[in-house]
Design a protein around this ligand. Structure first.
Ligand code: CA
Length: 467
């Protein structure tokens, strides 16, 4: 293994030099350290900062934003938003050892965001890969675009604007997952992928599409097979995440249907799919899903057997840790608390994440509520630090082993980026700083490298270690 680590060290050194070069021309927007406020963490502190390396900045005026309509995934935010996060920092405890572990895991203390040199993308909602080097980017209006070799290809991979409605800020093309067989020649489901979108009536569709037989850069918009339609009572809280789990099943996140405070009680109602994570078998029969027989509510009266987990308000981004199979579900809060939920790999399902009995670690109304059987979040932050969580990924890329094991996420309103880390005893979440971006989502490429999506400006940044 030694050669590997010496090569890695050389590589890291070269990358650091490159970073210095980039940072020289970058803009340090903000350090996460408080400006001498009362909640100042104890000294000494690690330096925690986000460095955003900028392309020529888009000209932003109040008028252009106003004309475009203000993006606001949570319409209920009432608290003023402070861009400066103020959770006390932890001191890193990892120490160098004589024999480096293959995947060193320690809380990272700073990151840099490096822009991809692409322009022309519109309102971004997601980014993923199809088991090759290309990046597949979701535009809310109903297009999937391809970035290859740092170039945005002019022709969309898929354009279904004719059936995707995005009049509400939380509607549109919201999820994409390539079938595990997608890139396997001759496999039964080669070339198939699934999307989650809302239609012009606001209802949710989970549909399958097929890539063109003779062109890997074009999917056939006429190949749609609808697997699931869910009626949406309100415009907001549509969820939209799609991901194939390590078990090969398709997991789909649905919000509670919208409005405020879950007026229909969907989060705790097992007879509706709203406010849930679903687990579907899309392989056993062609053109429709079946329910895995070991789903937790199979045969339980009126309970919908598709349900895997419940008690969610608007799971805006869930992801599997590609190394462990653990599931992270970021759930957007109501008026006060944003939260990250966690499910160990090997879970049997059936978790109740609490909404709308609880918001974060707190009873939603009053000081008392029955918490029996509820799974509390592993992390929460209040609305002094944001107003709408954008869940991300655990970093498992090869390029920056020092970032391994950190779950990165952000807040749409504040642009703060956090890393959340299991130190073996407890979850430690710290803000790394404020990006100054409007982060709608994160993305992961085939190698496990992570990306940050600047929703309103169509910008994509690589997430890398800071200096
Ligand atoms: Ca919860």
């Amino acid at each position: 293994m030694k050669w590997f680590y010496s090569r890695l060290a050389l590589y890291n050194y070269v990358m650091r030099r490159l970073h210095l070069l980039l940072i020289t021309f970058g803009v340090v927007l903000l350090s996460a350290c408080n400006n001498g406020k009362a909640q100042q963490p104890p000294e000494p502190q690690p330096t925690i900062a986000i460095v955003v390396n900028t392309l020529p900045a888009p000209v932003v005026t109040a008028e252009s934003i106003e004309n475009a309509g203000a993006p606001s995934p949570t319409i209920e935010a009432e608290e003023p938003i402070s861009p400066t996060a103020s959770i006390p920092m932890s001191t890193p405890t990892a120490e160098p050892t004589a024999e480096p572990t293959p995947v060193p895991e320690a809380p990272i203390q700073s990151i840099s965001l490096i822009p991809l040199p692409v322009q022309g993308l519109e309102k971004l909602t997601g980014l993923t890969h199809a088991f090759d080097e290309r990046l597949f980017v979701l535009e809310q209006v109903g297009r999937i675009r391809i970035i290859e070799n740092n170039e945005l290809l002019p022709t969309p991979f898929l354009d279904i604007r004719d059936r995707v409605g995005s009049a509400d800020s939380e509607q549109g093309l919201l999820g994409l997952a390539f079938h595990p067989d997608y890139a396997t020649p001759g496999a039964r489901y080669e070339g198939y992928f699934f999307v989650n979108y809302t239609d012009y009536s606001g209802n949710t569709h989970i549909s399958r599409f097929l890539v063109s037989r003779d062109d890997p850069y074009r999917a056939d918009p006429n190949s749609e097979v609808n697997y699931l339609t869910v009626k949406q009572p309100y415009g907001n809280h549509n969820g939209g995440s799609l991901a194939f789990g390590p078990d090969g099943y398709l997991y789909a996140g649905l919000g509670d249907g919208g409005s405020q405070n879950d007026p229909q009680g969907n989060g705790q109602n097992l007879s509706t799919l709203l406010g849930k994570v679903l687990r579907l078998d899309v392989d056993s029969e062609d053109g429709r899903y079946t329910v895995p027989t070991d789903n937790p509510f199979v045969g339980q009266g009126d309970s919908r057997p598709e349900i895997w987990a419940y008690g969610l308000r608007n799971p805006w981004r869930m992801s599997f840790d590609r190394a462990t199979g653990d599931l992270y579900i970021a759930d957007v809060g109501q008026n006060t608390y944003e939260e990250v939920n966690f499910q160990l790999a090997g879970s049997k399902g059936g978790e109740n994440y609490g909404w709308s009995i609880m918001e974060g670690l707190h009873c939603l109304s009053g000081s008392n509520c029955n918490k029996t059987g509820l799974i509390l979040p592993i992390f929460e932050y209040d609305h002094s630090q944001g107003c709408s969580i954008s869940g991300g990924y655990v970093y498992r890329g090869e390029q920056y082993p020092e970032m391994a094991g950190n779950y990165f996420f952000s807040d749409y309103c504040s642009g703060t980026i956090w890393r959340l880390f299991d130190d073996g005893d407890t979850w430690v979440g710290d803000p790394l700083g404020n990006s100054g971006l409007i982060i709608s989502s994160f993305g992961e490429d085939v190698h496990g490298e992570l990306y940050v999506l600047n929703y309103w400006y169509g910008e994509i940044y690589r997430l890398t270690p800071g200096e």
